[in-house]
Design a protein around this ligand. Sequence first.
Ligand SMILES: CC(C)(COP(=O)(O)OP(=O)(O)OC[C@H]1O[C@@H](n2cnc3c(N)ncnc32)[C@H](O)[C@@H]1OP(=O)(O)O)[C@@H](O)C(=O)NCCC(=O)NCCS
Length: 188
Amino acid sequence: MTPVVLRTPRLVLDQPGEGDVESVLEYCQDPTLQRYTTIPVPYGREDAETFLLDLVPRWWEQGTEQTWAIRPADVPDAPLLGVIGVRSHGEVGYWMGAPHRGNGYLGEALEVVIDHWFGAGNERMTWSCLVGNIASARTARRAGFHFLGSGPAKIAHRDGSRPDSWHAELFAGEPREPQPGWPAEVVG
Ligand SMILES: CC(C)(COP(=O)(O)OP(=O)(O)OC[C@H]1O[C@@H](n2cnc3c(N)ncnc32)[C@H](O)[C@@H]1OP(=O)(O)O)[C@@H](O)C(=O)NCCC(=O)NCCS
């Protein structure tokens, strides 16, 4: 699969690479990111290099996951702000570097990734997070995902466990606005 560049008014999404090692290494020290994702802990330079130089290109080539760097648009040598990806079975995942959270960038990136996914003829996208990850759940709710309930994580965590997680889905053609049924703490 050829890597695709996606654009929004404020962002450009492209394949992350060698120039992003320092940013990924820095952001992946964040305890919140470590808690809510399956990245290795402790996270070292080798992990960032493996992710950027081995895994991401391989995933694109084999079509197992489309992984984008989220960058500011119209900035020379635009730095990586966060990462978003969709696995071949339609599961979306994302993180933002801690200094860049709270700007709505992730929601904007998710919208264009959803457009791209359904534009390519796919019918369904899924999302999940650990129970209590309000920021991630609010992002998915705002994008239109339907809450399905709680259950074990579909992807094993770094200790092999499958902690209790929230699950949601979105189908092609559905409205991209908040749907009923989400836990009260997510609705706010
Ligand atoms: C999830 C994440 C990507 C969201 O990115 P972001 O830049 O904060 O996204 P936004 O600015 O669009 O905020 C998303 C929503 O969460 C809310 N939010 C952000 N941080 C929050 C927090 N700590 N507690 C509660 N709500 C929070 C925002 O107010 C916003 O709500 P709204 O849509 O109702 O306005 C980011 O918080 C992150 O990287 N977290 C760590 C990694 C992670 O959890 N990844 C997802 C794994 S499933």
